[in-house]
Design a protein around this ligand. Sequence first.
Ligand code: RIB
Length: 331
Amino acid sequence: MSYTMRDVAKKAGVSVATVSRIMNGKGEASPETIAKVKKVIEQLNYKPNLLAKRLSERKSNLIALLVPTLNNPFFPELVREIEKEANKNGYQIYLCNSDDQREKVEYYLDSMVNHYVSGAIINSLHVDENDLSILEERGIRTITIDRANFDHSYSAITVNHKAGAQSAVNHLIQDNHCRDIVFISGPRDEKSAIDRLLGYKMALEQVEFPIQTKVVYGDFETESGYQLIQKLLMDGEKFDGIFSSNDAMAIGAIRACYEFGIQIPEQVKIVGYDNINMTSYLHPRLSTVDQCKEEIGALAIKELINLFNNRSEKPNHYELKPKLIIRESSR
Ligand code: RIB
């Protein structure tokens, strides 16, 4: 059985960053902790120096791409854009699907090291600055996108979701005269969902007449959009607009409306978020907010190549502007 740095950390009861520091002889740990970690390294027969040596000598043309799920079409579409750009520049993608589980994230973070990847594009709520530091220490340049928590000192690409949500809600209120709006939010702990909720609230604060609102929370999957709207309709709730925090849940919401004989857009207008490819083939075609997948792909690869070529290059943070796309569902 081969052990990882995480196994050592767990057994010694310290963080992975502490193990990494001790292995690199960088101090900043008490003599007791150093002794404890060294003992565990010995017990597990962990070979940190060998691994580190091999890693500093070998690098591949692989770029790891960690995604939270492949169930939602947004992610395969994003993967495709990133892969296209990587291939254009002579790199291949090592796809790591975490299924939104910390256990799988850990498995893949270790595996990135073992596969000698040159860079990593991280899209996960379950990765923190500690994890990024370990990758960088192993010579793997990193950039976070989308779901990642951006409170770190490495490169990042974000999208201004507050502005995106605000434009969608303004469109429902100003262009479509909706006065009773349901917001299907994404998960409560997910940064991009929280920002869209803030954007929704900002749009409501700007109107001078009363708007009835209701916020319901889904999990970004189609089924949750379906269940939430079905429940509201079964409870006899009335509304004339729906803003959904992503397209997948909007598709579920459309299905629920259809089953209750509600006409879209005649009785209820609906706007989604993401601009996944199938939204322009739905009936009715879904209005949505485009979150620049092509741009994210191109920028992520460009930034990594820049970091590969200039090892001393400082990380950058980019913010992209999403764009409202108006289609039949809100005309
Ligand atoms: O549809 C999936 C959603 O989760 C996207 O909007 C993306 O931004 C993500 O975090």
